[in-house]
Design a protein around this ligand. Structure first.
Ligand SMILES: NC(=O)c1ccc[n+]([C@@H]2O[C@H](COP(=O)([O-])OP(=O)(O)OC[C@H]3O[C@@H](n4cnc5c(N)ncnc54)[C@H](OP(=O)(O)O)[C@@H]3O)[C@@H](O)[C@H]2O)c1
Length: 258
C-alpha cells in the first residue's frame, strides 16, 4: 500500500460515527486533515483527538448543502496546506418517517440534498485541484442501500445512495483519464448514532452484531492508501451475521401499522 503520511484529506461527517472514526484513522496514518460537520464543538473535539497523532487539523463547521461554504472550505484547505490528496465524504442523514406512506416532501428533499447534492458539491469543488495535480482520491460512504432497495432504510435514503453509487461510476468514467479515482464504500448496518433516527431504534442485541465505525474507517483508509495506479472502485462491507434478519419482517409489520 502507498503511504498517507504528509498527505491532506478533507473528511465530512467528522463530528460523529464513521466520519469521526475516519478522522482518527487518517490521522494515525499521518494525513493532515480538514474536518467538516455542522456541530462546531464536536468538530473541535475531533480535531484535538486527531492532533494527538502529530498532524495538522483545520476545522470547517458547515452544512454540506451550502454550496458557497463547501467551495470556501476546499479553497481554505488548499490555502492552508498547499495541496489536497483525498476527499473522504462521509456525511449523511436519514429521517424517522421514511417510507412512501409517511415521508414528507421536505424530508425527501433534505435527505437528497444532504446525501447526494452535498456529495456532488464537494466532488465538484475538489476536482479542479485533482485535475491540476493529475491525481486525487475520492472515497464516498454510500450504503448497502445503494445496491439493494430496503424498506428499513426508506425511499429517500435508498434513492440518495443509489445516486451516490452512480456518481462514483461517473467520476471514474469521466475523470480517470485525469488521474482521479473514486470509491464507494457500500456499508451494511453500522452501530452509530444514525440508528436513533429509525422509527424504532434497534435493540442492543441487534446493535452488538453490527459493524463498528472503525471497521468502515479502515476500509476508507485501505481504498485511499493504494498506490496511484490502483483504483478500488467499490467496497461492500457487511456484518458477518447480517443475514438472515428474522426480526426485520416483524419490525416492518409494526412500522406499517404506524
Ligand atoms: N450507520 C449505518 O448503519 C450506515 C450504513 C451505511 C452507510 N452509512 C452512511 O455513513 C455515513 C455516516 O453515518 P453514521 O452512521 O456515521 O451516522 P452519524 O453518526 O449520524 O453521522 C452523520 C454525520 O454526518 C454529518 N452531517 C449530517 N448532516 C450534515 C449536513 N447537512 N452538513 C454537514 N454534515 C452533516 C453529521 O455532522 P453534524 O450533525 O455535526 O453536521 C455527522 O458527523 C452516512 O452517509 C450514512 O448514510 C451508515
Amino acid at each position: 500500500m502507498g503511504s498517507l503520511k504528509g498527505t491532506v484529506a478533507i473528511v465530512t461527517g467528522a463530528t460523529s460515527g464513521i466520519g469521526a472514526a475516519t478522522a482518527v484513522a487518517l490521522a494515525q496514518a499521518g494525513a493532515h486533515l480538514t474536518l467538516v460537520g455542522r456541530r462546531a464543538q464536536l468538530l473541535d473535539e475531533a480535531a484535538e483527538k486527531a492532533r494527538t497523532y502529530g498532524v495538522q487539523v483545520l476545522t470547517q463547521p458547515l452544512d454540506v448543502t451550502d454550496l458557497a461554504a463547501v467551495e470556501r472550505c476546499v479553497a481554505q484547505t488548499r490555502e492552508r496546506f498547499g495541496r489536497l490528496d483525498l476527499l473522504a465524504h462521509v456525511a449523511g442523514i436519514n429521517t424517522p418517517k421514511r417510507n412512501l406512506r409517511d415521508i414528507s416532501p421536505e424530508d425527501w428533499r433534505r435527505v437528497l440534498d444532504v446525501n447526494l447534492t452535498g456529495v456532488f458539491y464537494f466532488v465538484r469543488a475538489v476536482l479542479p485541484i485533482f485535475r491540476e495535480a493529475k491525481r486525487g482520491s475520492i472515497v464516498i460512504v454510500g450504503s448497502d442501500s445503494g445496491l439493494t432497495t430496503s424498506e428499513l432504510a426508506g425511499v429517500a435514503y435508498c434513492a440518495s445512495k443509489f445516486g451516490v453509487t452512480s456518481l462514483v461510476h461517473s467520476i471514474n468514467l469521466e475523470e480517470r483519464r485525469n488521474g482521479v479515482r473514486a470509491c464507494a464504500i457500500q456499508a451494511g448496518e453500522v452501530e452509530t448514532p444514525i440508528m436513533e433516527f429509525r422509527p424504532e431504534p434497534p435493540p442492543a442485541e441487534r446493535r452488538a452484531l453490527m459493524l463498528r465505525a472503525e471497521d468502515v474507517a479502515a476500509a476508507i483508509v485501505y481504498a485511499a492508501s493504494q498506490p496511484p495506479h490502483v483504483n478500488v472502485e467499490q467496497i461492500i462491507i457487511r456484518p458477518t451475521l447480517d443475514k438472515p434478519y428474522p426480526e426485520a419482517q416483524e419490525l416492518l409489520a409494526r412500522w406499517r401499522q404506524g
